[in-house]
Design a protein around this ligand. Sequence first.
Ligand code: ATP
Length: 846
Amino acid sequence: MGAIGGDKLLEWDMMGGPEAVNGGGGGVGKLDRIQVLVRLRPLSEKEIARGEPAEWECINDTTVMFRSTFPDRPTAPTAYTFDRVFHSDCSTKEVYEQGVKEVALSVVSGINSSIFAYGQTSSGKTYTMTGVTEHTVADIYDYISKHEEKAFVLKFSAIEIYNEVVRDLLGAENTPLRLWDDAEKGTYVENLTEVVLRDWNHLKGLISVCEAQRRTGETFLNEKSSRSHQILRLTVESSAREFLGKDKSTKLVASANFVDLAGSERASQALSAGARLKEGCHINKSLLALGTVIRKLSMGSNAHIPYRDSKLTRILQPSLGGNARTAIICTLSPATSHIEQSRNTLLFGSCAKEVVTNAQVNVVMSDKTLVKQLQKEVARLESELRRPASNSTLEALVKEKDNQIKKMEKEIKDLKSQRDSAHSRLQNLLRTVGDRSKHLGSGKRSTRSPPSELAPEISRDDSSQISNDDSDLYKEVRCIETYGPGQNEQLDVSAGESSSPQGSNMNSDVRGNGSNVSVNSRRSRLLGETPVTLEQHLENIRRPFVSLTRDVGAHNSSGSRVLGRSRSCRSLTGSTMFDATEGDEGTPLHRSMVDFPGRLEGYNRRGSALNNDAESETLSRAGSILSEVSTSKGATKANGDPEFTGIGEFVAELKEMAQVHYQKHLIIEIIELWHACSISLVHRTYFFLLFKGDQADSIYMEVELRRLSFLRDTYPRGSTPSNVVVGSLSSSPVASAKKLQRERDMLARQMQKQLTAEEREHLYTKWGVSLDSKKRKLQVARRLWTKTKDLEHVRESASLVASLIGLQEPGQVLREMFGLSFAPQQQPPPRRRSSNGWKYGIPSFG
Ligand SMILES: Nc1ncnc2c1ncn2[C@@H]1O[C@H](COP(=O)(O)OP(=O)(O)OP(=O)(O)O)[C@@H](O)[C@H]1O
């Protein structure tokens, strides 16, 4: 089993081989089942002498059948089918030609082949394999003679495995050989003699040597029984003569194995003893291992195949399910005395024919050729790596990048336009709010109508189908729909201040069907926006920033630019976003709007989510706006560094600011109405302290506003229906005024009860009452809740009233007192208790 010194075996698709015997397969190898043949030998002289009949019969070319000839022991015929069966009259030539030639001659095409003879002792294995080997070698030489264009080298080696010892049948020394495992070569025999054949006669001589060397012995069954497994290996190397000696020379290398197994035997049958018995044990042991391997292989599972259980299976591993085409000739004795052994042989053959091998054409490349080929491949790969991209490729790349840049520039331009537009709209919106505040502060009410520039929008549609309230909403929806660069003037809600005979006002709302007056429409009048529209406006403001920051972020990632805070962003710190309030800062109302207590005071900006690039004008502009917002929002945060945490927060803040603005306008209007309707000071105080500026408070405020508006509009016409007089509201203005006077008297008495002299002096000073004047407490009481436009005064009034009546913690119960709770469950009124402290919350909207 000599190694092919210095050569590397490469797998090669059979189709790629010069002469693929099998016609090739689609893959790197060809899956092929082991060919199993059965050969019946004639009855031996001894068997005939014993009168044993032949009980096995080949009924056709593929089926052998057992048919008992003993009438007293009838047995049902048993048929076994194989690839080919040969009856006793067939010659070895026929067996070779019709059974194994194709497999055996694969070797000349670079495909390994193995021919086995398996059967009980004296069944004709050696007889068959000797002939098959000779025929194969004869055909190989014949093939060589017919293919002069190829150069062939034939090598021959032979071993036997005797009592699990491997011996070199061609070696001078009769020493055991060791088996080694190699990743490339598999299991090989160390120091095995491999003879390069000169010619056919040379091989014949070597085979004779092997025959002479092989261990045989006489047994009861066979005068010259082979007591070992013999493996003859003929290695055929072929290469095209034209490439001989050249670098690109390759060759096909394959081996044909001729395996003559020792015969299975029963000790009782062979009458073996002593050395024969020991031999028989080893033979049976190794054959058992072979049978196990075949059986496991035939099952086709991925289970472990115990090749290493015997030296026989280790050496034959490539021929058993490996890289070889294999044919097994099962030899049978037809005699009755061997019936059980024959059956075992056929069972072995039945398993074997299920075993699949994967034969490949073995192309061998010399080390020199292999190195050169690998060097060539390395050079090619290096060249590919070094090769610059072609001009056309570069041009295409540059063009693509240019297009990307242009697209981004256009997007930036659009975003800038949208952002400026949104900014402008926001300023207009807030300016309108400011104007509306002033308007409300003056006590005037204006009817509302669609802005003149929107009239065409409305007239184009069927405006008669919608109410006046809806027309406002409709107008805003249209504005959103038609919004775009250059169209922001449509969103200038200040235009909504213009009068129109078709417009509605608050009074008409209240006088009309109350159910038709929505809170949202009320809110829209105060802000000049519907709530939906306001949110949509804010969304429109937000969207450009989101796109802008996303765009800048993408630009940053692609351009590897690290962005920092823009100078322009810093430079705008200190400016105010709310231009509308700028000019009104002198008034208490607008000072309180700017110096907004409550949530915004504690508002702290976190680290910026944006890394502004000083060079990025786009982000600078965005940062400017954000900075402006920060500044206006964080006005109480002196010298604070306005930072921005994200667009979402920005929008949330805008919404929050809008909500606060809205509620402030509501409360101012309510205060006006309280005053106009002579509403109880306690009621006012409760109500004022009740709310914290939550979004839900707007609902209660709007209800209160509706009720007050109704009263105010009803009072001039006479008394109010009792069913609408709720809470502290009186049925007439006179009654209300009297009640209010009594309340002020009560509060004056409370000052005497609840406050110390020192506290009262402090109170007089604070409320501008001369310390030496008369009825100082009453003077203070009469000044409470009188400056309706001064939220600071309102706050002080509420604080004092609350203190005097012992109100500490307004809560939900107060809402129910006012009939403002929408919760189904009624709560009991709060238990009053007097207090000298000033412990009540300050509403965030005043
Ligand atoms: N097909 C055949 N035609 C004629 N004679 C045969 C045939 N097969 C075998 N014989 C003869 O039968 C005898 C036993 O054959 P052989 O030695 O080849 O058996 P074996 O299976 O190798 O036995 P063992 O396992 O003991 O070595 C030999 O004398 C052989 O010549």
